[in-house]
Write a protein that binds this ligand. Sequence first.
Ligand code: ADP
Length: 480
Amino acid sequence: MKKEHSKRGIKFYSYGLLIFCCIITALITYILFSTTRNLLDSSLKRRLSDIATAGALMFDPIQINKIIDRNAVGTNVYKDAIFSLQYIKNVDPNIKYAYLLRPTDDLNHMAFVADSYSLNPDQIADYSQDGIIDEEDALSWPGDIYDVTEIPALRDDALKFSTTDAEPVYDQWGLLISAYAPIKEKGETIAILGLDVEVGNYLRQINRTFVPFAFFVVFLLLLLSILTVFLVQVWQERVDIMQDLDRQKDELLGIVAHQLAKPITAIRWDLESLLDGELGALNAEQKDEARTMRSQAVNLADLVSMILDVSRIQLGKMQFDPRPLELNTLFAEMLDIIKPTIEQKKIHFVSTMPETFPTVYLDKRYTRMTIENLLTNAVKYTPEGGNVTLNVAIENGVMSCSISDTGCGIPKADQGKIFGKMYRASNVVNTVDGNGFGLYVAKGAVEGQGGTIRFESTEGKGTTFFITLPMKAVPEGAAT
Ligand code: ADP
């Protein structure tokens, strides 16, 4: 179940990461494109306002001052101005209109001076080139007033410096952007040269350069998606195979441990009989040897039972057998076991427990194995003359137990993995004997019974393990 969760989690992260990459790539592509486009737009605008500035130099302010109203039409000054405008318009086929406007006292209105078509304003032609001659083709006369309220670049900026409209607009010529340049006399703007330039082709070209680039990015993203799906599938197959192998290994471990348990028990019984003199009296030396063999057999039996527990946890087959348990007897037995080592290492051992314990339902083997392992570790990893403290309290049907020592502690880097199977901390792995099964099984045993296990440790100072175990009290008078 847990494995299924983590499998789903990794799949979720892989596809999540892929979607994230796609969004980021699309965003970066868009930002790159709009930055490039803005750069090209501003260089186009600069070029257009440069053309307008150069064009403005062709006009003589004194002559423009003479083109005030309709009376100027037909005069040489008027014709010269129009020829100059035609010349400027012909510089580039994209320039559709070239005209002169004069500021008036009202900022929002300007007076028409001339444009490149208005040599003879009476003459009607299809100037807009839309196939019909209508009011759009009517030419303006010098002095006609234009409302420029809606053209901020012309109204506000063009009187001071060359500029262009911020955005192109559509009209009968297509997509146009206007450039303006002031014509000055003694520092004062007396007229403005305006050029309407068709930029549709230019913008279409920019967009066209983006299309192959966008296709390339989409292609890359597609490739990345296919690769991710493929990798996730391969990874999933590998994980399935590895999980299967892991399960087979755990089963094998269980079978081997199970098969070993029987002969080891038999050896232990035989050694007990030998020591009890049932097979004849032993001399002192033989007794010593037999005792050593018995203690080795006990260690071996413990190891085999640990391996069996590891395999049960791995296979999710841990089974608890809660039976009425006398906790004071259990603690007395456990303390008897560690007493010889405590004395041998001259450890100051202090225990605080309730005076009387209730009889409770608990799995004896797992409870004993857990607390005994924590006590044995505390003594094992504490140097001679150190302190080990056991505190037991029972409250609201929960037994809380803490085991502290002033031993070598667990390095910070190892703390996250210390409950892992066969994990041993770097500060003891080569100096103190052990197999790394104890805490793994203890965690499985405590959590399997609905309890908790955690620790606090400082390397070089000591460690405290805390466990809590919920228990059900045996009702008064029930058979134990
Ligand atoms: P073992 O003691 O056989 O190595 P355990 O599973 O009981 O295996 O413990 C795993 C590891 O946790 C130990 O190897 C040791 O590094 C660390 N450890 C456990 N208890 C203590 C303790 N009281 N003080 C210091 N380190 C500890």
